[in-house]
Ligand binder design. Structure first.
Ligand SMILES: [Zn+2]
Length: 129
């Protein structure tokens, strides 16, 4: 029996399909929409929201994995999908992961990096300097 991930209600109705052709469901009690994904462990929307928040806080990847309790593998898969359109961002994360592995001494350096918000859509690549 399908139950709502939010309110555990059993009043679930089919709600069409997602863009991935996955059956979508909707809770009649709280109007929550969700899909049944058997490939991944049950990760709630709350966890996803938390991950998104933590990513913005520049917390280490290992820290995020520990806090949220998701598997390392799933987490990286999620990042890949999330940043599929901005590989540069993901590269940053991967680099961070490597640095954490190699540099396991407690020497943490706080350096402020300037980053301009890119609001304009420009497809020009390159220009190192
Ligand atoms: Zn519900």
């Amino acid at each position: 029996m399908i139950t709502c991930p939010r309110c555990q209600s059993g009043r679930i109705v089919k709600n069409g399909f997602t863009h991935n052709h996955v059956q979508n469901y909707k809770c009649k009690s709280c109007s929550r929409q969700f899909v049944l994904d058997r490939k991944h462990p049950p990760i709630t929307q709350a966890t996803l929201d938390l991950i998104d928040k933590l990513l913005l806080e520049r917390i280490s990847l290992r820290g995020i994995v520990r806090v949220t309790g998701v598997s390392h593998r799933w987490f990286f898969d999620y990042l890949k999908k999330k940043y599929a359109e901005v590989p540069q961002k993901f590269e940053e994360f991967s680099k961070q992961e490597v640095e954490e592995r190699t540099e396991k001494k407690g020497a943490s350096s706080l350096n402020a990096t300037k980053s301009k918000p890119t609001s304009r859509r420009s497809k020009t690549a390159g220009g190192s300097g």
